[in-house]
Design a protein around this ligand. Structure first.
Ligand code: GLU
Length: 486
């Protein structure tokens, strides 16, 4: 095995988000530790966009991720927006680099072309399913001789490129937090490196870029541990030294389940919209799995950098506890001067921009200004107390458990919308009512109650648009939990 890079000196680290959704708190958590470690060692923090999954990648998601990380104060030294000596920093712009590297591996006998058709692979999976065997490619094309493989490729036959994983033995590596880890090679599939459309998979692009960008430490979430043997084998196949591996624990709910967007608000934008200060969220993420020393929990970014070492990071699942986050935010609110607090509230929802969003909804609904806040309070609230309308949170003929499921499904549908605008929301909601055979009248009435806590409000979908995706979806989730607990 190639030697490990030395674990000292200025580090080059990276965050490598895939722009497929909203900016996730888990991304911020990993970005924070990368950032702190880069600053601690006097090194660099790189932001790379892993958008090789063209079907799922969205430009809007990239923009939101960048702005959320910047809001948290986690700025990068190199990235798609700021440039740098190792660009481009968007994988979709690096195609030829991956194809060259795949060719190199084929020439060295470390990878091979696979001509199996999608139909054959589907059949193989069906057979494995029927035999209750583990899924995996049966390596049929691994035996094809190189001359024939080249001829078939040149003749235009479609192929993927697969890594020739050793058939036996184990792949072992050292994790900075977890010590030695190993996988039996027999358990590792001959991973696809290059898809038939010439696009790389995550594994190839990630390793090639980490090497090309001089990354010394790969600091990422534990969910990538099962990919690491493939990455270690790739470093070996190229003859490159491995980076230092650091797999941080995933954020968990107090019941230890993984946080997920169905159950929890996981978007950084949600926390911004309910008025969490960026420094408080940053500090809260900092105490996940990291102990500052003593009982101290409130510390600045500079203070964290000052005392940081991996020995202070633990792998016991950090609990993403919203009460704790509120407590942390309170500490930061108390530190603000009256001027700073007033400015922070204006930036939040008391400024001109947000008020302008509400004016079309309220101009015809108020006769005096003193009626505005009582009529519009739910535009300035996070969660709503459904107790006063409990009786009405129903749809005729649908049981509470079923209603809960329906609301959660709608949360997913709204999440998948390209734009969170009234017109799109209306189309999606009508289609949902149609699919589920619910009268729109009943569904709309329920949604109005869920979103505003009242039976009369400005037009429903304009209200949702003005409230924004995060608050709207959070209210649907809260109402779903409320209905189920009734
Ligand atoms: N693109 C991966 C992600 O979305 C990167 C994982 C890694 O850091 O290697 O998190």
């Amino acid at each position: 095995m190639a030697s490990e890079r030395r674990d000292a000196g200025p580090a080059r680290v990276r965050i490598a988000p895939s722009p497929t959704g909203d900016p996730h708190v888990g991304t911020a958590y990993i970005a924070l530790f990368n950032y702190v470690f880069a600053r601690k060692t006097g090194g660099q923090f790189v932001l790379r966009i892993e958008d090789t999954d063209r079907a799922r990648s969205r430009a809007d998601s990239e923009r939101k991720i960048l702005s959320a990380l910047r809001w948290l104060g986690l700025t990068w030294d190199e990235g798609p927006d700021v440039g740098g000596p190792h660009g481009p920093y968007r994988q979709s712009e690096r195609g030829p680099i991956y194809r060259d590297h795949a060719e190199q591996l084929i020439a060295a006998g470390k990878a091979y072309r696979c001509f199996c058709t999608p139909e054959r692979l589907e059949q193989l999976r069906a057979e494995q399913r029927a035999a209750k065997a583990a899924f995996g490619y049966d390596r049929r094309c691994r035996g094809i001789d190189t001359g024939e493989s080249r001829r078939r490729a040149e003749a235009g036959e479609p192929y993927t490129v697969r890594l020739a994983v050793p058939r036996d033995g184990t792949t072992t590596w050292h994790d900075r937090l977890r010590g030695p880890l190993s996988f039996d090679n027999a358990q590792v599939d001959d991973q696809i490196l290059l898809k038939s459309d010439g696009m790389p998979t995550y594994h190839l692009a990630n390793v090639v870029d980490d090497h090309a960008m001089g990354i010394t430490h790969v600091i990422r979430a534990e969910e990538w541990i099962s990919s690491t043997p493939k990455h270690v084998l790739l470093y070996d196949a190229f003859g490159w030294p491995q980076p230092v591996w650091v797999h941080m624990s995933l954020l968990r709910n107090p019941d230890k389940s993984k946080i997920s967007k169905r159950k929890n608000p996981v978007s950084i934008d949600y926390y911004r919209d309910v008025g969490i200060l960026p420094d408080a969220l940053r500090n809260f993420l900092g105490i996940m799995g990291f102990s500052f020393g003593g009982d101290r929990e409130v510390f600045s970014l500079d203070e964290m950098i000052d005392v940081f070492s991996w020995d202070k990071v633990s792998v016991g699942g950090p609990v993403f506890d919203l009460d704790k986050l509120r407590w942390m935010n309170e500490q930061y609110i108390h530190q603000l001067s009256h001027e700073q607090l007033a400015d922070a509230l204006i930036d939040w929802r008391l400024g001109r921009d947000y008020l302008l969003r509400l004016m079309p909804l309220f101009r015809e609904r108020i006769k005096r200004f003193d009626e505005f806040i009582p009529a519009a309070w739910y535009f300035f609230a996070g969660e709503i107390d459904y107790a006063p309308v409990a009786e009405k949170l129903t749809i005729p003929g649908i049981k509470p458990a079923q209603l809960r499921k329906l609301l959660l499904e709608l949360v997913d549908r709204y999440d998948a919308l390209e734009a969170f605008r009234a017109a799109e929301l209306e189309v999606a909601t009508r289609a949902f009512a149609d699919d589920k055979q619910i009268k729109t009248k009943h569904l709309f009435m329920l949604l109005r109650l869920v979103v505003t806590g009242r039976t009369a409000s400005p037009p429903l979908f304009d209200t949702m648009e003005a409230l924004g995706k995060e608050i709207t979806r959070a209210r649907l989730r809260t109402a779903a939990a409320w209905i189920a607990g009734r």
